[in-house]
Structures are given as C-alpha cells and as structure tokens.
Design a protein around this ligand. Sequence first.
Ligand code: PMP
Length: 451
Amino acid sequence: MPRTIPEQAIQAMLKREEALFTQRNPISKQLSEDAARNWLKGVPMHWMVDWGTPFPLFIARANGVDVTDADGNHYIDFCLGDTGAMFGHSPPAVVDALQREGANGFTTMMPSPDAAVVGKLLEDRFGLPCWQVTATASDANRAVIKWCRAITGRKKILVFNHCYHGAVDDTYVTIDGGTPHADPALIGEVRDLTQFTKVVEFNDIPALEKALADRDVACVLAEPIMTNVGMVLADDGYHSALRELTRRTGTLLIIDETHCMSSGPGGYTREYGLEPDGMVLGKPIAGGIPAAVYGFTQGVTDRIRKFLETRTPGHSGIGTTLSGSKIQLALMRAVLENYFTAEAFGPLVALAKRLEKGIADVIIKHGVAWHVVRVGARVEFMCTPDRPRNGGEAARVIHRPVDEAVHHYLLNRGVIVTPFHNMMLICPATTEAHVNQLVEGLDRCLTELMG
Ligand code: PMP
C-alpha cells in the first residue's frame, strides 16, 4: 500500500524552507524591494512571483546547466527556462552565431540569406514544407488558428481540457463540472469563448467524435502529450483515432510541439510518426531568444495561397514587425544545424532514462504514492500513484503544497525543478553527477517528509 505524506510534514517543510531561502538570499531580497516600486508585483513579468518563494530569486548568470543567483549561490538547472533553454543556457553554437551575426544587423523588414537554409532545415527535421516565423509560440498558435478559420470558413476550434498553448484566449475554456466555461483566471476577454471553442478530455475518443461530428470545427489544436498539467501521455491508438476523426470531418489537425520538441530531433511528430496538417515550434527554436515558427502541409499551403488571392491586401491580423528577423534566422539556423540532430539527442535521452530510473527507485524506496514518466529528454514525477489519462484527472490530483515543498527543498540545496509542476529536462551540459545530485536531493527530501 503506497504511503501518503503527512500534511503536517509538508507544511513544516514549507515553513522551514522559506526561512532558509530568506537566510540564503539577502541580495535577492534587497533587489526585490528595490524593484517593487517600478514593476507590477515587483517583477518584469508578473508570473515570475508564482514560484512561490518568499521573494523572487534574482539571477545574475546562466551557462549550460549552471545558474548563479545575485547572492552567488549556484544551481543545477533542470527547468531550463521551461524548455526555452532546452539546449542549455547560452548554448555555444548560438553564442557563436550571436557573436558572428550580432554586428550585422538584427532586423530589417526584409529576408536574409539564412531564410532559404532555415526553411530547408525545418522541412528536413520536422517534415512540413511551408513555414512562417513569429516572436513567440503564443503568436504562432494565434496565427495558426486564424489561418485555419480563414481557409475552412469554420468559426470553432477544439482544444483539450486543461491544455496550455500560451497567451491564446481562444484556448482558455475548461469543462470541469461538466459544462464548458471560460477559465476564470483569464483577464480582459469580452467574448463568450464557449461559442467558439469546444473542449473535450484528452484520450476520450467518443467525446472527440461527437464534438467533431457537426463539421463546424476549423482545427483541433493539440499538444501530442499534455505537458502543462503534469505530463499526460497519449493512450495507444489515440493519435491514429485523432487523425482519422479529423480527416473524416474535414478538421485540420495542428500539433503544438513547443514543449515536445524535447522528444527527439524531429519533435514528437517525427518520433511517433504523426501526420499533422500544421505544427507549432516555439521556445528553444532560436536557443531561447524570442522566436517561434509554424508550418503547414502542401495541401494546407495551397489552400492558404488560394484564399489570399481573394483578399484585399492590408493588415491581416497576423504579424509582427520583429518576426522573421535576420537575427532570429541566424540563431534558428545555429540551433537546427547543431542541436536538432540525432547525434545531439542520443545522450540527452540516455541521461533522461537514468533520471527516470533514479526517481522510480526513490519512489519505491520510500513507498510513496507517486509515479514518474518520461518522453525523450523530458521527465516528470507526479505526486499521485496512477498516471492521469486526461487534463481533468491531472488537475484534480495535482497537490500544489507538496510540489512546492519539494521544489523549495531542492532549490535551497542547489537544484532547480520547473515550477507549477515537476518537470525536469536534460540538456547537453547535464551530466550524470547532476542527475545523481537531483536524485539524492529527492531521496533526502522524502526521508524528511516521511519522518
Ligand atoms: N504551447 C505550449 C505547449 C506551451 O507550453 C507554451 C508555453 N509554456 C506555449 C505554447 C507558449 O509559449 P510562449 O509563452 O513562449 O509564447
């Protein structure tokens, strides 16, 4: 019988770790007080306070997996900017490209010679022939939704319960409690989103079939596995059912690979042979400098070209000025040539397997009701005995206090795990010693929690 962690032990650890965090970080504390006047919530992005520490950690430097805070404390980073730094902080090939190209202009509103090369690399790695650049994955998802609505003439989209595709209002609909409703956390949206967005649970084929039957859905926007509510894997056969149902109903299938690019050099799509109509690649595509891309099949591209012939030129609602810039292309080229390769991914996956095994052994040793999953270089432990099959189930079992207690314990001992859930990513700079330090930290943390 798996053991549950006593609630008192979690609360006691949180209290102890908060005190230790404050003691370890006097300069970050001072910086947070200095920044408080001029930044909303004292930080340049308001969600930066959501790590749950008494005040934010201010970071002075980050190289490879080594992150140094303003007080000079060092950390091994398994969060890696929540995938933005998937190939390590300041990866050498990207730094070289920056040094080489940085003096040659950042943005001109015209394409650079790298455009043809990067387009070819994208097709070679990810399999789709036609691409566009944006500044963020959120922008890419918004653009893709617009194209899909435009060429199908259908108003609705479909997403999975508790998905996250970035700051894309159309996707903020949940079905907790049975009826669809807009996520109450969403700010400033005046439309009734449930009129335009259908939502079903991941892995629920009958619900998907029913939702697509009216043939009024322009596209399904899906992560291939859910990665923003713990990690929810696709059941065997789910992707073929998803593809078959979308094809049968004339619905476009868009795979958001923003996080799943860590699955392999062609993302999850190539690794598992998916056949999407469109794809979004975000965060790490330019090594962590703002850039994302979206791509379409030849069939979709032909429909877009035809659609554009019927349009008066002008603002399309799809931008933005800094997208497709010279520097983005130069950095994407460096990332695609050097890191999205089978040679680069091999060691990452091997080390991720070690981490998965190490955590599984710690879970068994302590008999706690947890489990661990891995896809490619991405590992996640969840503080529940069974793997959730969909977002609704995952959201119900996620226990923020225990996650936070573990994160803060590890943070105070020099290990960073992704906040809001328990994701750990392996990058080229991660070593076996780093993995061991994380596993040993988790072991000691559980020893304290279980008394
Ligand atoms: N898609 C997915 C699957 C994501 O996880 C995220 C961000 N976590 C995004 C899109 C949006 O990325 P960005 O915040 O860089 O726009």
